[in-house]
Design a protein around this ligand. Sequence first.
Ligand code: ADP
Ligand code: ZN
Ligand code: ZN
Length: 737
Amino acid sequence: MPSTSKTRFIISVAVPVPLRRAFDYRSETDIKPGSRVLIPFRNRQLVGVTVPVPPDKSISKYKDVIRVLDSRPSISPDMLEFYTWSANYYHHPIGEVIHTALPPNLRKTVKLYDPDTPEYYMQNTSIPEQEVLNTLSRAPKQKRLYSSLCNGQCLSIDEIQKLPQISDIRNVRSGMQNLIRKGLVTQTHRPVDETRPFEGTLNPEQSKVLSSIKATEQGFHTHLVHGITGSGKTEIYLHAIHDCLNQGQQVLVLVPEISLTKQLVERFVNRFGDRVHCYHSGVNKTQRYRTWWKAGNGTAGVILGTRSAVFMPILNLARIVVDEEHDLSFKQMDRFRYHARDLAIKRASLQDIPIILGSATPSMESMQNAHSGKYHLSTLRKRAGEANLPKIQFIDLRQQPARYGLSSSLISAIRKQLENSQQTILYINRRGYAPIAECPNCKWRAYCDRCDTYLTYHKTSDRLCCHYCGKTLETPEICPQCRSNLFFHGAGTQRIEESLEKLFPDASILRFDRDRIRSFRQLQDTLDAINSGQADIIVGTRMISKGHDFHGVTLVGIINADHGLFSIDFRAPEQLFQDLLQVSGRSGRGQDPGRVLIQTYHPDNPYMEMVRNQDYDSFFESCREERKLAPVPPFSNFALWRVESREREDGLRFLRKIKKYGDSMLSSGNFKSVQIMDPVHSPILRIDEWHRSQLLVNSTTRDHLHQVLKHWVYWIENIPTSQKLRWSLDIDPMEMY
Ligand code: ADP
Ligand code: ZN
Ligand code: ZN
C-alpha cells in the first residue's frame, strides 16, 4: 500500500535531552501516552516516551517514529501525571525526568518482558493415572525426581539439585520438563510467605503512635513521627505495613542511601518474607527491573528503596513511609535535583493515601509543618526496650589540646573501653590522613590545579588527593619551591587510625570511610565485623553516623564538632545538630548504657548546649526564630540559579543578564513576595576547571516564585549560550556551595 494513503497520527514525545518541552513525531498507529518509542533526534536515535500534550500545529514537517517499543504503555496515566508534576515543579525537562524514573533496562530499546517466569516445581495434586506411573517405573531417574517433590513441597531447580538422593542426576531441568509433559509436575511461582507479626509488644508510647496512624488510614494525611534514636520507630512502620499487606495492599518505604543495609533488609524480610523488594544502586539492573515489574502488577508487597524508588509505579499503593526524613541523601545533588521526601508527599496527595515521615531529628521544614498543623505530630521520648539515651559530655579543647585529633581525656576513655571489652566509635567527618600539606619554611601548600581547594594527603596510597574533582598526585618528597621537608597539618580518619594503632597496638581498629568501603558488599562485610564484635574501635566519617543499630558500642567520641558552627550556610547549624545527635545515637543501643564525648572549642555555644541536653525542641525553637526573621526556608522558598563557566567572570556576567530579565518580570507583574539577590561567586569558586557562580531567588509565596521561574527558564533556554558555560536551576536547594 502506498504510504500516502495510511492514516498518520501526530504524537508528542518526551525525549531525554535538556530541553523543557516535548517533541512531535508522526506515527502510523495511534500510540497511547506512556509508551516508549524509538525516535530520530538530531543525528541520533533516542528512546522517548509519549506524553499527552496537544501537538504543535505550527510544525509543517514531522519526522517519523522509527519503532514503537511498547505494545502497551510502560507508564500508567497516574505515574505520567506524577512525573509531569515533578518536571513542572523542578522546572526540569520532562524527558529527563521520565528517563530518571524508568528502571535502567527500559532506558534502552529492550521490550517489556515478564521477568517472573515460574521457577518452582511441585507435584500435581490430582492422583496420576496408573498408565503414567508405569512409564515412571521404566525411567528410574524420573521416578526419583518425581519423588523428590513429595509432600506438596515447592522447590526451585537449585534446591532440587542440592538434594542428596538425586545428586547423580545431571540434567534436572529437562527431567522436570518431561514430568511436566506427563502431567505429574507443575511449574509455579513460590507461594507467598506468611507475614510474621512482632513477637514482643509495642510499648505504650509506640502503641499510641500506631493508633494515631491507624486513625487516619484513608485519604491523604502526613504523619511526622519524631522519636529519639532507638525509640522504636521502625517497629511502628513494620506494624503499619503489616496491616496493609494483610489487606493485599502495597507499601513504599524510602530510606537514606547508607541505611539500606543487610541489617535493615533482614529486619523487613524476617517479618514479611519474600514480599520485600529492594530498589537501590547496589541492586543489579535485572533485579531492579523485576522490582519495577512486580511493584507495577501488585505482587511486590513492600518496596524498600532509596530516593529514586519514589518514581516506582505501584498498583495498590496504600501507604508511604519515609525514614530519616531529614537526611540529605533524599535530595539529588546534580542534574534533576529532586527531593524524594517532598515528591513522596506530593505523590501521597495525588494518590490520596497517608504518608509517614520519621526522624530523631526532623528537618526544620517538616517540624514547622507539624507546628502549623499541616502534619500530624507524634513524639517518642524514650528508647524502646531496655536501652536509655547515652549521656553526652564535652571535652573543652581550649583547656586540653588534642594531639592529632585526640585529647588525653578521650584517649583514657578509649583505654577504659578496651579494658572492659566494649566497642568505641570515633567520628570525624574528614577522610584521608591530613587535609593540608605545607612547607614549614616557605609556606608552600599543595593545591589542586583544577579546583580552589587544598589537596588532602592520603597515607595509605601515599598520594595527594582532591576531594572535589578526584584528581590525585604523587606526594613530593620535599617542598617543590625550597626543598625543605613537608609538614602535614590536621587529621583525617587515616591519621586518627594511625595514632590509635600506636596508642593501642593490641586493639583491633577499623576505618569506616569511602576510601576503605567502596562497594555495597564491603559495606555489608564491615558492618558484620562491627556487629560480631570483631572491631574494638571504629574510626568513621558520616557513613558510620546514621541508621546503624550496633548493640556493642557504648562510647562515641566526636573528634571535631565545631565544623559548621560558623558556616555561612543557614542550614549549617541544623546539619551539625542532626549529625551530632545521629552519631551520638549509635552509643548504648544494647544492654549497657552509652556515653558520648564531644571535643569542642565552643562548649558554651548555645547550640552546643542543646546538643548536650539532646534538646531538639529548644533547638527547633531557636532555629525557627532565626529563620523566621531572615526569612529563609521554611519561612520562604529558595531557588538557586547555578552557572559554571570556563572563564572566571563569564558566569557572573551571565547571571547579571538573568537577574536583569528577572527584575523586569517582577516590575511588570504582581510578584512583590519574590526577591532576586545579586549574583555572587560560589563559596568554592572553581571545581574541576569550572568557575561557579550563583544567583539566589527568595520568595515568601511559592506560587509567585514558580510563575516567575516558569517564564524565566523558558527565556533562558532560548537564548544562545556558549559551550564554555552551563547553567542549572536548583529548586529548594539543600546546599549553597
Ligand atoms: P528506631 O527506628 O527509632 O531507631 P527501632 O525500631 O530500630 O528504633 O528500635 C530500636 C531497638 O529496640 C531495636 O533493636 C528494636 O528491635 C527494639 N525494639 C523496638 N520496639 C521494641 C519494643 N516494643 N520492645 C522491645 N524492643 C523493642
Ligand atoms: Zn618550601
Ligand atoms: Zn580538584
